[in-house]
Design a protein. Structure first.
Length: 366
């Protein structure tokens, strides 16, 4: 590791190793935006003493993470000093490795994308070629950013994979990646902390951080079809971090073969419908699988994303909603709303960056 990489890792550790109380304060500063928030409000909302808040905010200001944002008129006493987060004080890289495209974003502490790069990708080209491309794109993205402000790199790609150890499993359609230690290999090449997760989990995390609450599913339809689950405000990965293989539920016995080895999977049927130009059928089939998910988990909201959805957003939202509405009429329940996920095609990459930013703001599920 060169000296610049050591400096980057040290800076990332300084930002990441914060106490729980500091994370609470940082999260409120982030949510307050440019308007800012007073120390008294921070104390009231966190339950911390004013003295504890003063110590934390003094340290954050000394570290360059917070600054004064003016004064606010008080109803009883002197005006209160308002503090705000300094977004440019830290950054994270989010990388989305789709089966045929690489997208990398540089995100500041407020979650704003400040730089972006995209390139064609062949996930089946082999580890050496793919790693070289990832390193090249990340290096290019960071070329104008002081290394000390970078917390690390989040990488999101199709599963299944082991999120806890950053090891790939039998990625659907690419069995040659089975057992590959992607996280450790990228750490060795980049000299930065790296977190690896499924693309749909990363996107779901980004949506939860962005304000989507409760229990919802993010369904991603691009080169493949997958789902990310947020249950009670936390990303649900499962005991072996393999939850959310939404596209590989069998909905047609003896149907067309799927890359996972089964037949009649939701992904295979949806991709076949899109290939022959039948978007309405693809939306209907997607709605059928979504109805199974709603019946199983009783979730509050469905969010749709991915390149295929982005090409025909209204037809997919309308088609999936129609299936769920018909199910609600049969069961007598309220229909589960279906919306287009905010963030567009770069939502997964932005969510991947939150894998690094989340712990800074107290997101234990990042």
């Amino acid at each position: 590791m060169n000296s610049g990489s050591r400096e980057a890792a040290a800076g990332a550790n300084q930002l990441a190793l914060r106490s729980h109380n500091t994370a609470l304060v940082l999260d409120l500063l982030r949510r307050a935006g440019s308007v800012g928030i007073s120390r008294l409000e921070l104390a009231e909302r966190t339950g911390l003493t004013p003295q504890a808040v003063s110590k934390i905010t003094a340290r954050l200001r000394a570290d360059g993470l917070a600054t004064e944002a003016g004064r606010r008129v008080s109803t009883g006493g002197k005006p209160r000093t308002v503090l705000r987060l300094v977004p440019e004080a830290g950054h994270a890289v989010g990388v989305h490795l789709d089966r045929d495209e690489l997208r990398a974003v540089l995100v500041d502490l407020a979650g704003t994308v400040v730089r972006e790069r995209t390139a064609p990708l062949d996930l089946g080209a082999g580890a050496k070629a793919v790693l070289a491309q990832v390193v090249g794109e990340v290096t290019g993205l960071l070329a104008q950013r002081p290394p000390r402000t970078v917390l690390g790199v989040g990488v999101a790609l199709p599963g299944p994979l082991d999120h806890a150890h950053g090891v790939l499993q039998r990625v659907t359609g690419f069995p040659e990646w089975d057992g590959f230690p992607l996280r450790d290999e990228l750490v060795a090449r980049l000299g930065l902390p790296v977190v690896v997760d499924k693309d749909t989990n990363a996107a779901a995390l980004g949506l939860a951080v962005g304000g989507e609450g409760g229990s919802f599913a993010y369904l991603h339809f691009a080169a493949g079809l997958g789902g990310g689950l947020v249950i009670a405000d936390a990303v649900h990965r499962g005991a072996r971090t393999g939850a959310g293989e939404f596209g590989h539920q069998v909905v047609q016995l003896d149907g067309p073969p799927c890359g996972c080895g089964n037949r009649g999977c939701l992904e295979a049927l949806c991709l076949a419908a899109v290939a022959r130009g039948d978007i309405d059928e693809a939306a209907r089939v997607l709605g059928t699988g979504t109805g199974n998910l709603v019946a199983l988990l009783d979730i509050d909201l469905i969010l749709l994303g991915g390149r295929v959805v982005a090409a025909e957003p209204e037809r997919f939202v309308r088609g999936v909603a129609a299936v769920l509405d018909e199910r609600a009429r049969r069961t007598g329940e309220d229909p589960v709303p279906v919306r287009l996920a905010p963030g567009g095609v770069r939502g997964v990459a932005e969510g991947a960056a939150q894998l690094l930013l989340g712990p800074l703001f107290g997101r234990a599920d990042a």
